[in-house]
Design a protein around this ligand. Structure first.
Ligand code: SF4
Length: 234
């Protein structure tokens, strides 16, 4: 389904308006949540618009325990179903048989292979049957995200529209909304994490470091993306 977003939606100034338009425009809309701070905001806003919001998350098999706790906490708080999507067990088995369980530390190529098997391919499978998806991307998060549109055709998933209601929001706006509404947040933020992904591939950051510096911290140069949102990573 194609839908033309009006200017006030494209600006993204009011994420609630973006979400309301998205729910009205796409009958098969799904929120893809990583359960970082942005997910908390989007799920909370969406729950005020619809009671039957669809949420899916990618369980790579390597997430920190705290992420599983947040998933269940959000499920309970909003009384919503959350589809937990796993990678194909055969693809994972083939990958680790030849390359080891911690292949990602050996080269950027192997790290990207792991992200592809554990994240990108499962997401592509999970999005089949949907016509649009919502992500928590913000332009401020990384150089690779500075041009993130609020609404656009998704080049990675042909036929789907990708919607980033918080694209124009700052980190401060996200946290102000969280505090104002007393939302559940991932406990690793309190331990100095500024971006949270798989346990072996994420560390806390220090003052002055980029928000995503703790992701794949051992890689020098290159792009701090897994391929879900940046096609050049493939
Ligand atoms: S973040 Fe690390 S463990 Fe997770 S899918 Fe990517 S390489 Fe694999």
């Amino acid at each position: 389904m194609n839908a033309i977003a009006p200017p006030e939606v494209m600006s993204g100034a009011e994420p609630e308006n973006v979400l309301r338009w998205a729910f009205d425009s796409f009958p098969r809309l799904v929120i893809v949540a990583s359960f970082q701070a942005e997910s908390s905001v989007i799920i909370d806003m969406a729950s005020h618009i619809r009671k039957d919001v669809q949420v899916l998350t990618l369980d790579t098999g390597r997430l920190p325990q705290e992420t599983y706790d947040v998933i269940d906490g959000v499920r309970d708080r909003y009384a919503i179903d959350i589809e937990v999507v796993s990678p194909d067990s055969g693809e994972v088995a083939d990958m680790v048989r030849g390359r080891g369980v911690n292949l990602f530390y050996r080269s950027q190529e192997e790290r990207r292979l792991c992200c592809d098997v554990r994240k990108s391919r499962p997401l592509a499978r999970a999005l089949r049957g949907h016509d649009a998806w919502i992500t928590g991307l913000r332009r401020e998060q990384a150089a690779t995200r500075t041009n993130t549109p609020v609404v656009a055709s998704d080049p990675e998933h042909v036929g789907l529209t990708k919607i980033a209601p918080l694209a124009s929001w700052s980190k401060d706006q996200v946290w102000a909304y969280i505090l104002e509404n007393d939302l559940p947040v991932h406990p690793l933020y309190e331990r100095g994490y500024t971006s949270i992904g798989c346990a072996p591939c994420t560390r806390a950051t220090t003052a002055g470091e980029d928000e995503r510096a703790g992701r794949w911290w051992w890689e020098q140069g290159g792009v701090k993306e897994c391929g879900l949102h940046w096609s050049g990573a493939k």
